[in-house]
Design a protein around this ligand. Structure first.
Ligand code: COA
Ligand code: AMP
Length: 766
């Protein structure tokens, strides 16, 4: 192990290039398994169990041991390591290097692009590490930067917001002056109703301009908004109400889905009954959607009509906020049923979003940016509302679907109508378009000449989806990665700093500010049970095991947990709402490299600390980061750690396959084996299911190798998904394994699970 395996396995042309990237991740496993017989027998089982063999010889040189023995803020070795990987990224690489070598100077410069009431003297407060604070003593207001600043510099007559609603057959636009007028008056209404700085306001609304007005009005007066996705039902709404204890709720009479009106009032009423805090809410402000559906007041005169309230109000100025004050709370799923309230600060959020609009998305004043996401998700917060407006762009609020409103040409139509320069959508949306329009017929019907790039995020973008986008939009399809917790891109192609040739299957480079490391999953604190098990199983070889276990970070090409060495850049959340002493945050996200404890120190204080993303992936030799999926997607088959995401890519490569899920199920001998479920693209009615499954099994064997032990796959009518489009693999895995499971309230259609359950069991038992 120590001498026989080179750091960089041989590469061939086949493994390079824009479309071949997806096959890279399998090489280490193939390479290792191909050389396994060269290892002493005693080590083979250890290697099989631990999988991560290659780094050991070189760990001290390249995998971070050198870094981790230094003070965590010492980045002197950084350039040596990352010039290897980031070097080819040209101008982006230069900026990236600056952001890691001197984050304080880098983000201080970025902060200068905003207007502050008080520019911060302290850029980064490390005194309570690992809970960092950015721009501590600075004072600013995000709404002021989004609206007043643009009006003051002469953009008042430019469109700030396009509202496009195919489901109500209506369109509207607001100039910056009009938006400022409505926002400042609504801010005045909130103050009149007793809402003060620091009070929480729940916003439970469809994709209508009043929702954006409500968010900005809260920001203007320092109230903390908490937007709850309109698709959530009462219990989820009640949970959030009880956690953040809002003073008032802003809602609407209804949402409009393609096939039905979603009446919000019964949902809101039930939530207020369910929530302990329900009676403490002083008012509900309701937007009556006159052209669609009006509702009766819920609670007598405590229910107020949005438009009436607005009529009576006087405008309110933006109040200065400390950078570290909360901007908003946004709930996201955690490992328990209790959603996590991600708490975003004012200053870090504003600085990172403003920076990212130009540097990452290459979208500037006067141009149109469209994040095709609901404002109930983080993407909607960052890139439908705050980011584009702080950049002086026009943003698009779209109340519709990528397909069926009226057809699969909807996204292309919006691009033409508003001359969208940059679109950002979820891969699931594109897959829906692709399924309905495999040949991209609709794209050809619209003028897409304004478009510069099509960004995708939210889940793994498979190469075929990226190719389809690229082929039919005729602009780069850019996969980038981020999560609610960090609020702006963590990985991807920072287009404004120079185009990095995409490698499908990877998210290009870490974004500026993110010192991405790949951690050895076996020794993460919350994975100790597995480590103990490994130790018991490998008694013969304790010494080599302990040296393997000591490798905290992994070098290029090896799979592990994607982590970021602290400090994180501005915008990343360092707190959860209602989390005294940050206990939950620290437990769920922060890990310390205890292997590098200073021998003179009795505690871990001086050891490097990392933010764990919860995702698995690897950094390749060219500096691209491959995010393969959540750590719970990883399976272990006969001691080989495999990514079900990697198998899914193979399945999706088949022209007849629309979507798929590969899950690990228990196996008497091998521990876990993968099984797959696929849905077919539209118009594939003549497919012979049995023959297709045979082809898919053969493909996985050919592309990933027999080690994958991929023997079972089934064609199914549909896969269970959350409303944000994520496939519920964990639930399927539990069904397959005969475990108890809980249907997530975010499920798109619970009926899909009922259909799938017997099929899953049948496949497992076949
Ligand atoms: N309010 C109330 N109900 C909602 C809702 C909302 N805001 N959004 C969705 N729903 C309901 C729908 O009415 C539907 O209910 P039904 O089964 O009774 O008809 C159900 O939730 C599922 O809706 P939806 O998820 O929109 O499914 P769809 O088949 O209509 O569309 C996609 C599928 C893939 C096109 C769509 O989910 C999509 O565009 N997803 C992308 C999500 C996204 O951009 N996320 C951002 C992450 S970056
Ligand atoms: P959310 O917080 O809901 O935005 O989800 C964040 C999670 O989505 C991440 O932790 C990833 O697992 C996944 N994700 C987001 N973008 C990508 C991407 N480009 N590639 C792979 N996974 C992604």
């Amino acid at each position: 192990v120590r001498k026989g395996v080179p750091r960089s396995y041989p590469r061939t042309q086949e493994h390079r290039g824009n479309d071949g990237g997806y096959s890279k991740h399998r090489l280490p496993l193939n390479f290792i398994s191909a050389h396994l017989e060269m290892l002493p027998t005693a080590l083979q089982s250890t290697v099989r169990r631990l999988r991560k063999v290659a780094p050991i010889t070189k760990a001290g040189v390249i995998c971070g041991k050198n870094f981790s023995s230094q003070n965590q803020h010492d980045t002197s070795n950084y350039s040596h390591k990352h010039q290897d990987t980031i070097g080819p990224f040209g101008s982006f690489g230069t900026e990236y290097h600056k952001s890691i070598a001197d984050p304080i100077e880098f983000w201080c410069n970025a902060a200068k692009e905003l207007e502050w009431f008080q520019f911060p003297e302290q850029i980064l407060d490390r005194s309570n590490a690992p809970i960092y604070k950015w721009f501590t003593d600075g004072q600013l207001n995000a709404c002021y930067n989004a609206l007043d600043v643009n009006c003051n510099k002469g953009l008042g007559e430019q469109v700030a917001l396009y509202y496009d609603s195919p489901v109500t057959d209506s369109k509207r636009s607001y100039t910056y002056s009009q938006l400022l007028d409505e926002v400042s008056r609504f801010a005045g209404s909130l103050v009149d109703l007793g809402v003060q700085k620091g009070d929480r306001v729940v916003i439970y609304m469809p994709m209508i301009p009043e929702a954006i007005v409500s968010m900005l009005a809260c920001a203007r007066i320092g109230a903390v908004h908490s937007v709850v996705f309109g698709g959530f039902a009462s219990r989820e709404l009640a949970t959030r109400i009880d956690d953040c204890k809002p003073k008032i709720i802003i809602s609407a009479s209804c949402g409009v889905e393609p096939t039905r009106i979603v009446e919000y009032q019964p949902l809101l009423k039930e939530a207020l009954q369910l929530a302990n805090h329900g009676k403490a809410i002083s008012n509900c402000i309701i937007v009556q959607r006159d052209n669609v559906h009006q509702c009766e007041p819920l609670r007598g005169d405590t229910d107020l009509d949005y438009h009436e309230v607005l009529q009576k109000a006087s405008p309110h100025d933006a109040v200065p906020m400390f950078s570290t004050d909360p901007q908003y709370v946004l709930y996201t799923s955690g490992t328990t049923g209790q959603p996590k309230g991600i708490c975003r600060d004012v200053g870090g959020h504003a600085v990172a979003l403003k920076w990212s609009m130009g540097r990452f998305y290459n979208t500037n004043e006067g141009e149109t940016f469209w994040a095709a996401s609901d404002i109930g998700w983080v993407v909607g917060h960052s890139y439908s509302v705050y980011g584009p407006l702080m950049q002086g762009c026009s943003t698009v609020i779209y109340e519709g679907k990528p397909v069926g409103t009226p057809d699969a040409g909807a996204f292309w139509r919006v691009i033409e109508d508003y001359k969208v320069k940059t679109i950002f959508a979820a891969p699931t949306a594109v897959r829906a378009m692709r399924q309905a329009d495999p040949d991209g017929h609709f794209a050809g019907k619209y003028d897409l000449s304004s478009l510069q790039a099509f960004f995708l995020a939210g889940e793994r973008a498979d190469p075929d989806t990226l190719s389809w986008v690229n082929q039919h939009s005729n602009v780069p399809a850019i996969d980038h990665w981020w999560q609610t917790e960090i609020g702006f891109p963590g990985l991807g192609n920072a287009l404004g700093l120079g185009y990095i040739p995409p490698k499908y299957g990877a998210c290009a480079a870490p974004n500026c500010g993110y010192d991405v490391r790949i951690l050895n999953a076996d020794i993460l604190e919350d994975d100790m049970d597995e480590t103990k098990l490994l130790k018991q199983d490998n008694k013969q070889d304790e010494s080599s095991l302990s040296s393997l276990s000591n490798s905290f970070e992994l070098p290029v090409d090896l799979h592990g947990n994607i982590a970021m060495k602290l400090p994180l850049p501005p915008c990343a959340s360092f707190t959860l709402y209602n989390d005294p002493d940050n206990a939950r945050f620290l437990k769920e996200y922060i890990v310390t490299d205890t292997t590098t404890n200073n021998i003179n120190s009795n505690n871990n204080k001086d050891s490097p600390m990392y933010y764990q993303t919860g995702d698995e992936g690897f950094l390749d030799g060219e500096g691209y980061v491959h995010a393969m999926g959540r750590t719970d997607d990883v399976i272990n088959t006969a001691g080989h750690r495999l990514s079900t995401g990697a198998m899914e890519e193979v399945l999706l490569h088949h022209p007849d396959v629309a979507e798929c899920a590969v899950i690990g199920v228990y196996h008497d001998i091998k521990g876990q084996v993968p099984i797959g479920f696929v849905t077919l693209v539209a118009g594939c009615s003549n497919v012979d299911d049995k023959a297709l499954c045979g082809e898919l099994i053969a493909s996985v064997r050919k592309v990933i190798g027999p080690v994958a032990f991929f023997k079972k796959v089934q064609v199914v009518p549909s896969l269970p998904k959350t409303r944000s489009g994520k496939i519920l693999r964990g639930t399927m895995r539990k069904i397959a394994n005969g475990e108890e499971y809980r249907v997530t309230p975010t499920i798109e259609d619970a009926g899909v699970l009922d259909v799938l359950k017997p099929m899953i069991r049948e496949l497992v038992e076949a």
